[in-house]
Design a protein around this ligand. Sequence first.
Ligand SMILES: C[S@@+](CC[C@H](N)C(=O)[O-])C[C@H]1O[C@@H](n2cnc3c(N)ncnc32)[C@H](O)[C@@H]1O
Length: 467
Amino acid sequence: MELLTAVRTRDAYANLALPAILRRHRLRDRDAALATELGYGTLRAQGLLDAVIDECTDRPLARVEHAVLDALRLGAYQLLRTRIPPHAAVATTVELVRAEAGSRAGGFVNAVLRRVGERDEQAWVAALAPSSDEDPVGRAAFAHSHPRWIAQAFADALGRSPDPAAELDAALAADDARPAVHLLARPGEITAAELALVTGGAEAPYSPYGVHLPSGGGDVGEIDAVGEGLAIVQDEGSQLVALALSRAALVGEDGGRWLDLCSGPGGKSVLLGGLVAIDGGTLDAVEPSEHRAGMVRRATDGLPVTVHQADGREAPLPDASFDRVLVDAPCTGLGALRRRPEARWRRQPSDVAGLTGLQRGLLTAALRHVRPGGVVAYVTCSPHLSETAGVLSAVRRKHPDVEQLDAREYLPAGPTLATAHRAAVAAPARHRRDVPRAAAPGFLTVDHPRRYSRSASRNRRTSDSSL
Ligand SMILES: C[S@@+](CC[C@H](N)C(=O)[O-])C[C@H]1O[C@@H](n2cnc3c(N)ncnc32)[C@H](O)[C@@H]1O
């Protein structure tokens, strides 16, 4: 409840607010895992829960006291999406409300939750969601508790696939799933095999530097290898895009001058800096926010990385000089919603338009800094076509000398991955195969494959050559 209140009243980010709440209440291990599941799960499922609660009360939701509505959502989440026995879910929620808001409110919550518990999630979806014949996107949005405009953005990105309804379903389900924690074994510090051994995790299926931690493993800050700076928390998908950039074919030798144009808080700079260091190269990392630039400095301490606190569109760096440039652009994050439980309900369609100008500016600057024959990776964790294909085509129109490469050539392949890839990558990515290569500077475009790690788990690959 504390987490829900913080998100509602202070616009808190759940993933930042929760650790402090867990510490304050001294919740650890299984208790912390349960609190996390209930808090994050309730925030993610809010749209679905509200629709069900609305059906179970005569009072419009807008007239239900905020704290009581939070408790109803928490109770409904337990009833519909956990194995907590229904009587326990109802009793604890009612008790909570009685203590906070009095017995009348407790009686109201009791009555509503009993009605919620009369059906399971599937039955509520069948009763309340639009029909898949008439409105497949609306149905998928309802079933996976996404705002409709976000589900539509996924559907647009998937384009004309053989089975668009199934693909949209899979993409939204992945977006709604509990995220696993992945670690990066810092190159030169520890191998993934060693890190897996000391953490009890498993080597990642695709990134040779990745480790997947077991679920419910507690506070990652307490893992010795993380505390000692041998490893950092980083999605396997993030590792894959940095690795893809590091391996993309250049025209001419790699002179070891790499640039990370949007580097805060520094995760990819750690990996790129570690990789470029192997051959004696350097990385320049740009970040306008003072706080985040400080985070990049701390994260890359000991690596040949120079951090510049600057706007990436006008960074004090030479033109036509860098072999490899990463633009990990600020974006709506619509493809990484499972990491930000409340974000889907905060984001607005207007946010997209507000970001595309900046994204175009950053990509344009990257093309200025890359040397002829070098490579730029444009990366987002959003599948929205305006932030991906739209940005690329707008910038490419002004740069006819730039060749667009097929990002898939530098990313792992596999049947399960192919499905995840289509879910994560904007539709035009599939046509990139036909683009001839040769012109310079090279242009690699990659959409964040953050979903890969989860969907691809059956297809184990560990070697660098898979990339
Ligand atoms: C998606 S995050 C980058 C994540 C980072 N690459 C990592 O792996 O840790 C985007 C970053 O771009 C930064 N940013 C925002 N406006 C920018 C600008 N004008 N120039 C460069 N970076 C910018 C944000 O502060 C944010 O840190």
